[in-house]
Design a protein around this ligand. Structure first.
Ligand code: ADP
Ligand code: MG
Length: 333
């Protein structure tokens, strides 16, 4: 197969997809190792994307969701390639929106009775005092549309109205969006990586993530912890917990209509209920550190090459079979 990996300059974005150019290089090496012809394209403009279309690849592997264009609307790569009739990896744009907009993902999974924390959104000054808040402290505040722990730090955990107002203001100043306010969940944290393989079977791997204890005594996966790689990734030993965590992720995969692969963050609340937190539909693919390949390695003993081979399985399955031209017709061409 002729496969092109497409990524964009993304080091300054609040959502990064597969990761750096080097991480996309790891993906390319594994696809090549699987016997395909594969190249990596760093696209900066719409013209660069058009050049990819001209090469008529069998499959484009998307390393990011969209390309930022100054003063214009983002170009969603899934939309761009589908409108040009090019087969691409991962979910369609409407589904990828669930990754970018955490509230919309919660609304969707709640419809299918998948539990999430209670939540509301807040703008600076919207709530005049503590008694007007939809529910009470402790609360957890984060941007509704960022990833990689961006905007998540020790001040995300809030136990009084003054701290609430100040974190709402700082997140709103940074992200210019209503701030997502959730009930604080103090239990264990998990991530579940799922691939739909070429046979349409779901391969599911789950791990526990243990961030270091922060200054205020809680464990959260903020940007600093993620950048420092100071969290510990562990096999889940409790069989009934593995079952519950995997079940909620598989249900979320189906509820959101995810295609090919995705990673789901899950946390236990203070009653030990498993709650869906968010979906990562173009998850990090850095070989040594990203949760997606690490989960498959820790839970199922799979190598990075095996994981990458699997994530393109459905994409390859979508390539139309090229029938050989009958000899009589081939004379005419
Ligand atoms: N409601 C919550 N209660 C406690 N911790 C939370 C809550 N929501 C998020 N966190 C912590 O913040 C981290 C980042 O939140 P998440 O929604 O997964 O955003 P990101 O897209 O940045 O990964 C989580 O991995 C978890 O450690
Ligand atoms: Mg997360």
């Amino acid at each position: 197969m002729n496969i092109i990996i497409v990524t964009t300059p993304n080091s300054n974005l609040k959502e990064t997809g597969f990761g750096s150019l080097q991480s996309c290089g790891h993906v390319m090496a594994s696809i090549t190792e699987a016997g395909h012809t594969c190249s990596l394209n760093l696209c900066r403009t719409k013209y660069d994307l058009e050049l990819v279309v001209k090469r008529k690849p069998d499959l484009v592997v998307l390393g990011v969701k969209y390309m930022l264009i100054e003063m214009e609307e983002n170009i969603w790569l899934s939309d761009f390639f589908s409108s040009h009739g090019i087969n691409f990896s991962g979910s369609l744009k409407d589904v990828l929106q669930f990754d970018s907009d955490k509230v919309s993902a919660k609304v969707q999974v709640n419809k299918d009775n998948i539990k999430t924390s209670k939540y509301f959104t807040a703008l600076p000054g919207e709530y005049r005092n503590e008694s007007l808040l939809p529910f009470s402290f402790p609360l957890f505040l984060k941007p509704g549309d960022a990833a990689n722990g961006n905007g998540v730090d020790d001040f995300s955990y809030v136990s009084n109205f003054k701290d609430f107002e100040s974190k709402v203001l700082s997140l709103h100043n940074l992200y210019k969006q209503p701030v997502l306010v959730e009930e604080y969940m103090g239990g264990k944290e998990f991530t579940v990586a799922i691939i739909e393989d070429a046979n349409c079977d779901l391969i599911v791997s789950a791990i526990e993530i243990v961030p270091p204890v922060s200054a205020n005594g809680i464990r959260i996966l903020g940007a600093k912890t993620k950048n420092d790689n100071s969290e510990v990734l562990m096999k889940i030993l409790d069989i009934s917990l593995i079952k519950k965590v995997k079940e909620i992720a598989v249900n979320a995969f189906k509820s959101l209509g995810v295609r090919d692969f995705g990673r789901f963050d899950i946390k236990l609340n203070d009653n030990n209920d498993c709650c869906f937190m968010e979906a990562n539909l173009v998850p990090g693919m850095t070989a040594a550190t990203s949760y997606f390949p690490r989960a498959f390695n820790i839970d199922l003993g799979m190598s990075y090459d095996q994981v990458i081979k699997l994530i393109i399985g459905q994409g390859i399955r979508r390539v139309p079979v090229k029938l050989p031209i009958p000899p009589a017709l081939s004379l005419l061409t």
